[in-house]
Design a protein around this ligand. Structure first.
Ligand SMILES: [Zn+2]
Length: 469
């Protein structure tokens, strides 16, 4: 595949290029060479430990990272692997500070979505460097961020830096499938470690690369609500040599075919309006005008439609979405199916009434014999607020790495473990520091990747940011 080199050149990158690469040259800033080597090694280690829900183990990954903290000299009581199940361990590390501020929680999940070798062009469980990218399951979601946090804390410790207050690192299990979720477990069993001023979560956010350069550092302060349904068609079945009416596979397929046309209404909320208002300055022409119209909350359905049609990302910002993701049915090759079932995964705008989604799905399926059920009750996800002091600090550190780019609050179309903390009133700010192209987001998909240069920059960014908070 063709992978163009990033067209954005940063002060650090210029320096690296000027001296011929980090491995052979004098360090551009104290500790940077070693930090990049260490950060890449940590990423490789995490990628190459299978942490998928099926046969993986987050405990192995947590123990591997714990070993680095222990050998760096962190006290034994400050490095723990804890959790509810043998393969679902969570790492909890405390870097002690000067006690001048409340602790800050640093969070990332260790588990990754399943990946089939035959679907990928590279081995998903090996870190492969190719054409300026690191490929591997979890590079973007979210072992890149987890490795960056580990690297930053190790470096702070090594440099003898005592932050103003404690950092508590939680690398956790069960984010992707919701089973044995580590943050839920820690909130229940280790509330002491979860009493924090706020949390920084690397499971999303920016910087975002637009028009080839890191243009905006998006910080997620709100996210859509996750809600999955099952749709089931049933029939008494029988011998496959005697087919008749009511085959549940046909029935389900017809319902899903109708569902394909379901589009939820387009609308904005305060977070997305502020976001598009800021983003408009980076675009021109009709797109910029449409963003401004949406930001002003104008009665302008054409602007909303054009903006939604301009990218999948913008579409997901402006409406609730539902899509079939799993399909199963039948019990034998030579029997009429007795059951066919689909899973429909919905992502709701934070203020979307749950009952309304039920109703829209029912009327789109348009078959009273198709059973529609919520698989689990959704956790409401109230939108958070922008913390001016923190955003100013983020912008100042970002400017050292990428030049002046604005930090903007945004709503994620996905869901993260932030939901558990926000539900309890703890603010969570989600950003990774790994600059990525929003139109090349391969998290959960095949050939997941991050730019090597972006990853290296994120190591420096996280280190400097944590040093300064
Ligand atoms: Zn994730």
């Amino acid at each position: 595949m063709s992978c163009p080199a990033p067209r954005y050149i940063t002060p650090i990158l210029i320096l690296l290029l000027a001296v011929g690469g980090h491995a052979t040259a004098a360090a551009p800033a104290s500790g940077t060479d070693a930090a990049i080597d260490e950060g890449r090694a940590l990423l490789r280690e995490l990628i190459e430990i299978d942490t998928t829900p099926g046969h993986g183990s987050t405990t192995r990954a947590a123990e591997a990272m714990a070993a680095h903290f222990r050998s760096a000299g962190f006290p034994a009581q400050d490095v723990e692997v804890v959790g509810s199940a043998a393969r679902k361990g969570n790492l909890l590390v405390r870097l002690r500070g000067r006690g001048e501020r409340a602790p800050i929680l640093l969070m990332a999940h260790l588990d990754v979505v399943a990946a089939l070798r035959e679907d990928w062009n590279v081995d998903p469980f090996k870190l492969t460097e190719r054409d300026g990218y690191f490929y591997g399951r979890g590079t973007l979601d979210v072992k890149g961020g987890a490795a960056g946090l580990v690297g930053a804390l190790l470096r702070l410790h090594r440099d003898g830096i005592k932050p103003r207050g404690d950092y508590i690192l939680a690398l956790t299990a069960g984010e992707e499938d919701g089973v044995d979720n580590g943050i839920e477990w820690l909130l229940q069993h280790r509330p002491d470690a979860m009493r924090v001023a706020y949390a920084l979560n690397v499971d999303g956010g920016g910087p975002e690369i637009r028009h080839g350069k890191a243009a905006v550092l998006s910080v997620e302060t709100a996210e859509k609500v996750y809600l999955s349904y099952s749709v089931t068609a049933r029939h008494p079945g029988g011998h496959s040599s005697l087919p008749g009416a009511g085959n549940p596979v046909y029935r389900l397929a017809a319902g899903l075919h109708r569902l394909a046309d379901l589009q939820f209404p387009l609308r904005s909320n305060p977070t997305t309006r502020a976001y598009f208002g800021a983003l408009a300055d980076l675009h021109d022409g009709q797109l910029a005008e449409d963003m401004r119209a949406v930001a002003r909350n104008e009665e302008n359905p054409e602007a909303l439609s054009r903006l939604a049609a301009s990218s999948l990302y913008n579409n997901a910002q402006l409406r609730t979405t539902c899509v079939p993701t799993l399909l199963s049915g039948g019990h034998a090759e030579n029997a009429l199916p007795q059951q066919a079932r689909a899973t429909i995964n919905c992502r709701l705008l934070p203020d979307e009434p749950f009952d309304e989604v039920d109703q829209r799905l029912r009327s789109a399926l348009a078959d009273p014999e198709l059973e529609l059920r919520r698989i689990a009750e959704p956790t409401p996800s109230p939108a958070g607020r922008r913390d001016e002091q923190l955003f100013t600090r983020i912008e100042a550190v970002a400017a050292e790495i990428w030049g002046p780019i604005p930090a903007r609050a945004y709503m994620s179309a996905g869901a993260t473990d932030a939901v558990y903390l926000r539900a309890l009133g703890t603010p969570v700010y989600v950003f990774s520091g790994i600059a990525y192209d929003v139109d090349d987001d391969r998290s959960h998909g095949q050939d997941e990747r991050i730019l090597v240069a972006s990853y290296d920059q994120s190591l420096e960014f996280l280190y400097r940011l944590l040093k300064s908070l």
